[in-house]
Write a protein of this length. Structure first.
Length: 220
């Protein structure tokens, strides 16, 4: 039987703000369970309100490792007021700017997963520049511009251990399907072209690749 998230975690996933459909969530969870066997941390770029973090956290808990999630919590371009993916509830009423950290903390607390997650608040490339530990999984679901997606790939993919998994969300090979650009698709192509990864699975717009040579080599 394929591993499944705890029922309470699935309920929390459905209740959390966010855009990831369940089939993609289950594929992310399966990748997290697979990767967590390496006994290394699972890293996510793009926490938002914690919907996908829950699944990494549940897999980390089962394997005795930790999920690390990175976000400045001010939202991506398409989540700002006036854009398609804006949720007015994510605006800090005092400052009038987005702040998804409170919703994220509620999501994790309610699911009882706080102790399995380390949340890093800041810009992904600034955090990646300080990061030296090998990772079992890198899940890229942050900014969708070429600038952001490329920086996430360049900053985090080299930290993947051999056998670790690179997971990329919002990969749309057909421009007719995309809703926030094809930058995630372009980094997926780049990972394949680097020769350091092999394809594992594709579920909706979620792509899973396995690192076949040790991290920090084959950086392209
Ligand atoms: N993984 C989440 C959705 C993430 S939405 C889920 O499935 O529910 C994308 C998030 O990336 C937003 O919260 C935004 O604030 C964050 N983000 C965008 N660019 C970023 C950057 N350069 N550094 C850190 N976070 C960034
Ligand atoms: Mg996404």
């Amino acid at each position: 039987m394929a591993a499944a998230p705890e029922p309470a975690v699935l309920k929390a996933f459905e209740a959390a703000k966010g855009f990831m459909p369940l089939d993609e969530g289950l594929a992310l969870y399966a990748a997290a369970v697979d990767a967590a066997r390496l006994g290394l941390p699972l890293l996510e770029v793009g926490t938002y309100c914690g919907r996908s973090t829950l699944l990494l956290a549940d897999a980390a808990r089962a394997a005795g490792t930790t999920a690390v999630t990175v976000d400045h919590h001010r939202g991506s371009e398409e989540q700002q007021p006036g854009w398609d993916y804006h949720d007015p509830e994510t605006v800090d009423p005092e400052l009038g700017v987005m702040d998804t950290l409170p919703a994220f903390r509620r999501t994790l607390y309610r699911a009882g997963l706080e102790e399995h997650v380390i949340a890093l608040v800041g810009r992904s490339p600034r955090i990646a520049a300080l990061w030296r530990s090998p990772l079992a999984l890198v899940f890229i679901d942050g900014g969708h511009t070429d600038e952001h997606a490329s920086a996430d790939y360049e900053g985090w993919a080299p930290r993947l251990a051999e056998g670790g998994l690179l997971v990329i969300h919002d990969v749309f090979p057909d421009p007719a399907d995309e809703f926030t650009g094809q930058a995630p698709y372009r980094i997926w192509l780049r990972a394949l072209a680097s020769g350091a990864f092999t394809e594992v699975s594709a579920t909706g717009s979620l792509r899973v690749l396995r690192r076949t040579e040790a991290g920090s080599r084959g950086r392209r």
